[in-house]
Design a protein around this ligand. Sequence first.
Ligand SMILES: Nc1nc2c(ncn2[C@@H]2O[C@H](COP(=O)(O)OP(=O)(O)OP(=O)(O)O)[C@@H](O)[C@H]2O)c(=O)[nH]1
Ligand SMILES: [Zn+2]
Length: 209
Amino acid sequence: MYVLFNQGNADGAAKKQVARPQRPTREEAEQAVRTLIAWAGDDPDREGLVDTPARVAKAYGELFGGYDQDANEQLARVFEEVGGYKDMILVRDIPFFSHCEHHMVPFIGKAHIAYYPNAGVVGLSKLARVVDVFSRRLQTQENLTAQIADAIEEALKPRGVAVLVEAEHQCMSMRGVQKQGVSTLTTQFTGVFDRDPTEQVRFMTMVRS
Ligand SMILES: Nc1nc2c(ncn2[C@@H]2O[C@H](COP(=O)(O)OP(=O)(O)OP(=O)(O)O)[C@@H](O)[C@H]2O)c(=O)[nH]1
Ligand SMILES: [Zn+2]
């Protein structure tokens, strides 16, 4: 059974309706956790684990809360009185955690977001909220980076947006290839940042300064 959801920004598309499987009930989700506990080799009925399915279902509400949030809403309030300010606005070192869509294991890092304002600016905290909206979903780092840039581009129509995401993927450190301390960097540039490499250098210099 599939239901239609309104989706904005993802994949650079304007608001569109997408079909997603209907959410299972809370009881079904808890039963699935019991199955995974048993699959891991433990007894879901032992004392220490009896409440775990309920805790995990509740934790999923937080860890994947981004599915119930809309980046457009976070960016809806634009301040037009900025005293003639025209230069780059950079909010750097925004911490985030997400979960890779391949293994459902965390990847943890920082996002850095810059834009050149056009008609107005948004509250600084809203940029961090946009990072949360998209990171609290099953993700790839590339999609996360593009979705953040697209949301800001669409809401503000700025002269340019730059997004740098750096993260460590636990699926590479805890399992599989087991390489700890590896960073993955992804960038997305629009407008002047895309056209002018010196703007990219300025952005990177300010991020690292
Ligand atoms: N491009 C990209 N790859 C990712 C991301 N997160 C995890 N991966 C990779 O997704 C790939 C999945 O590869 P598969 O061969 O299908 O799965 P696997 O056998 O579990 O792979 P290993 O991790 O190499 O053991 C792995 O190489 C992961 O490192 C991401 O955000 N972006
Ligand atoms: Zn993974």
